[in-house]
Design a protein around this ligand. Structure first.
Ligand code: AP5
Ligand code: MG
Length: 192
């Protein structure tokens, strides 16, 4: 099974991706977690992306796509991709790349959460510089400008679902699983 989770900062992409990965035995691939790991390890890539991540700006497309290619291709049982694609450009460029490998996405879930809840969750978490109040504001603005157009681009596709992400993590998980099962009734979603 190959899934995408799309949602604003704090929408619960990481939380839900972890549960889905455990439930379906697929790889959890988080672009943000991988980038933060590079920053912590002070790799060449980490030094390139640090200021983008700290400031809440998107890292250049080529950097993210190069970083994700290997884990996506290696995910033999499938994957849940958390935080990618984030723009229409990333969606278009990656589709061409993964299609030729037969590992294109089969379902996308948009986690919809009101802005007040997002801010409350992120300020309570304080993961680092990126959860400072001004940076949270900026990340939400980047989401509006760059990722909301991606939702419009995917709108109306039968494999795309919007889920109310403001409920408990358990309720959101159960809803996502139901959506996937419903979708599986008319498209083939099986381990890759
Ligand atoms: P990324 O790591 O993807 O960050 P983000 O989108 O800002 O989202 P978060 O990880 O902060 O939130 P989340 O949706 O995963 O929610 P979580 O489960 O953690 O990206 C970081 C940076 O990397 C970007 O700013 C950019 O610089 C770069 N980057 C990443 N991908 C990129 C790309 N494709 N292109 C270019 N640049 C890229 O939950 C948040 C909090 O809420 C937690 O404390 C959690 O416990 C809590 N919570 C979760 N669910 C619930 C619930 N149902 N009820 C109550 N609390 C909940
Ligand atoms: Mg996350």
């Amino acid at each position: 099974m190959r899934l995408l989770l799309i949602g604003a900062p704090g929408a619960g992409k990481g939380t839900q991706a972890e549960r889905l990965a455990a439930r379906f035995g697929i790889a959890h691939i988080s672009s943000g977690d991988l980038l933060r790991q590079h920053v912590r390890d002070q790799t060449a890539l980490g030094r390139t992306v640090k200021s983008y991540v700290d400031n809440g700006d998107l890292v250049p497309d080529g950097v993210v796509m190069d970083m994700l290619r290997k884990p996506v291709v290696a995910a033999a049982q499938g994957y849940v991709l958390d935080g990618f694609p984030r723009t229409v450009e990333q969606a278009e460029a990656s589709y061409a790349a993964v299609r030729s490998l037969g590992v294109e996405v089969q379902a996308a879930i948009h986690l919809d959460v009101p802005r007040e809840d997002l801010i409350r969750r992120l300020l309570a978490r304080r993961r680092g510089t990126e959860d400072a109040e001004a940076v949270v504001e900026h990340r939400l603005q980047v989401y509006q400008e760059k990722t909301v157009p991606l939702l419009a681009y995917y709108a109306g596709r039968e494999w795309m679902s919007t889920v109310d992400g403001s409920r408990s993590a358990d309720a959101v998980h159960d809803d996502i699983v139901r959506r996937i099962q419903r979708l599986a009734a008319f498209v083939t979603i099986a381990p890759a």
